[in-house]
Design a protein. Structure first.
Length: 79
């Protein structure tokens, strides 16, 4: 699937892609660039439930205490 970049930097997403992502005029999308240079388009119209499974599971279970320590460390780092 291809798209053309306009002189103003805009891209029109092909209809088949808009349909597949359930995008309509005015919807917002995000862009993520992976380490290998792949660009991903993320619809910002999803509910939280639609995002289930998008993050990998940890290799081993994480205890509540470990989570609390990580949160505290992150809060301390943010100043």
């Amino acid at each position: 699937m291809d798209a053309i970049l306009s002189t103003t930097g805009q891209i029109t997403l092909p209809k088949s892609l808009r349909d597949r992502l359930h995008l309509n005029a005015g919807d917002r999308v995000g862009f993520r660039i992976d380490a290998d240079g792949t660009v991903r388009i993320i619809p910002k119209t999803r509910s939280v439930r639609d995002l289930k499974g998008c993050l990998p599971r940890p290799e081993s279970p994480v205890s509540l205490e470990d989570m609390d320590r990580a949160i505290a460390a992150g809060a301390a780092d943010s100043g």
